[in-house]
Design a protein around this ligand. Structure first.
Ligand code: PLP
Length: 428
């Protein structure tokens, strides 16, 4: 089939009619399908159902510490070792928290807001016009954290290699720019793995702010879709890399077990160098006595080392892969004939990022809603919820069953085609 731009008005009108019939047929089914958030499916959650059996009435760590009681503020050693191994850093650089890494990111910025960082001239709350770099499209909740805390969000386009570093290097010459969000492995939503050069430039660049921070959110560090380990996204140890350029304080790294064991019921951590850790602990110790170490022990027994985590993640991958493949299949079948749109085919993470014909994403999302398909609002992956191109739609195939993915993506493609045809007809 030829592309829409090569069609005559009559041909486009004929397409429009056929597509409309298909759309109305789906609408008549009164579907309720949800492709909004990247949640693990019940089958994935079931993979960790035995996690508490491993405690078996024994709540002591290898060192004999009682996890049921107060103490061990930084978290038990065995789970810090597992996360250290996954992140490629020493366990002593790891601080375990409760279930949410996003919570830890928020707290970390709040500490800087109120007290400043270890190398801050003044607390960030006192910096008028403070700014934060947002590789875009990105994770909406990241953007909401920095927006809520009064930062101006500065979009930075993301390329196949990560944030556009020429632009980042320019922007950090402004001392009001205090940090950058990074999801370096299978970025949300584009599934990009940062290149070695991008990591190197982030670690090496000179910043006007002495207290500039990289928030290195390694949420998908072990969330590969392929069995083939050569295809897994690989990253340098960002802590050492920053240190090697004399910027040891520059990075906070985050991770959690939300999409390894239980979302909202798992454990999370941050990792940083010694100076940042000592400084953060001063305030963390005022905030809490300790976190949930019973859950940490359950995780450490259930997944005692990185290899156990990798094997567990391959069980997730076996469930997720067919869902991602179904997305690709329908997108290719319906839209492969034209280049008015494109989409990602990630090797890991939780999303497929769909780029519709510019100017049509909002309309597509509302048409899908009318046909019973809930999608993340168009623009959600952009600072302030505004996609200047009105093109990107984030698809989250993890939660629905395959039959629902088929229908939801099919409806999306029909809406994408209808809006494209309408736009082309308008312009004729
Ligand atoms: N970071 C990214 C990039 C995410 O996509 C998500 C969830 O979708 C989170 C963090 C949330 O992590 P947590 O459950 O540990 O708060």
């Amino acid at each position: 089939m030829k592309g829409y731009r090569d069609m005559t008005r009559e041909e486009l009108l004929a397409q429009r009619q056929e597509l409309n019939e298909r759309y109305e047929k789906y609408k008549a089914l009164n579907l309720t399908l949800d492709m909004t958030r990247g949640k693990p499916s019940p089958l994935q959650l079931d993979l960790s159902n035995d996690i508490y059996d491993v405690l078996n009435g024994d709540f002591k760590t290898a060192k004999g510490q009682d996890t049921r009681n107060y103490g061990i503020a930084e978290g038990i050693e065995e789970i810090r070792a597992v996360f250290g191994e996954i992140l490629g850093t020493d366990k002593d650089n790891v601080f375990m928290g409760n279930s949410s890494s996003l919570n830890q990111m928020y707290d970390a910025i709040m500490r800087a807001m109120v007290f400043g960082e270890v190398d801050s001239p003044k607390p960030w709350a006192q910096v008028e016009g403070r700014k934060w770099l947002c590789p875009t499209p990105g994770y909406d909740r990241h953007f909401r954290v920095t927006e809520t805390l009064g930062f101006e969000l500065i979009p930075v386009p993301i390329t196949e290699d990560g944030p556009d570093m020429d632009i980042v290097e320019e922007l950090v010459k402004d001392e009001k720019v205090k940090g950058i969000w990074c999801v370096p492995c299978y970025s949300n939503p584009d599934g990009i793995v940062y290149s070695e050069e991008t990591c190197d430039r982030l670690a090496r660049m000179e910043t006007a702010a002495s207290d500039f921070r990289i928030f290195w959110d390694n949420a998908y560090v072990v969330h590969h879709l392929s069995e083939d380990r050569n295809e897994w996204g690989k990253l340098p140890d960002m802590l050492s890399l920053c240190e090697s350029y004399g910027h040891a304080n520059r990075v906070y790294e985050f991770a959690s077990s939300s999409k390894i064991t239980f979302a909202g019921g798992g454990i999370s951590c941050f990792a940083c160098n010694k100076d940042n850790m000592t400084y953060a602990k001063k305030y963390l110790n005022a905030q809490t006595i300790c976190t949930n170490k019973v859950n940490q022990l359950a995780h450490a027994r259930f997944l005692p080392n990185a290899e156990a985590v990798y094997q567990h993640m391959m069980k997730h991958a076996a469930i997720l892969r067919p869902k991602f493949e179904e997305c690709q299949k329908v997108l290719n079948e319906e839209l492969g004939f034209d280049d008015l749109w494109h989409w990602t085919n990630p090797k890991g993470g939780y999303f497929v990022s769909f780029y519709a014909m510019p100017g049509t994403a909002t309309k597509i999302v509302s048409m899908c809603k009318e046909a019973g398909v809930a999608l993340t609002p168009a623009g959600a992956s952009y600072p302030y919820g505004k996609d200047p191109q009105d093109s990107n739609i984030r698809l989250a195939p993890s939660f629905p069953v395959i039959e629902d993915i088929e229908k939801a993506v099919r409806i999306l493609t029909i809406c994408a085609k209808i809006t494209a045809v309408d736009k082309l007809l308008e312009d004729l």
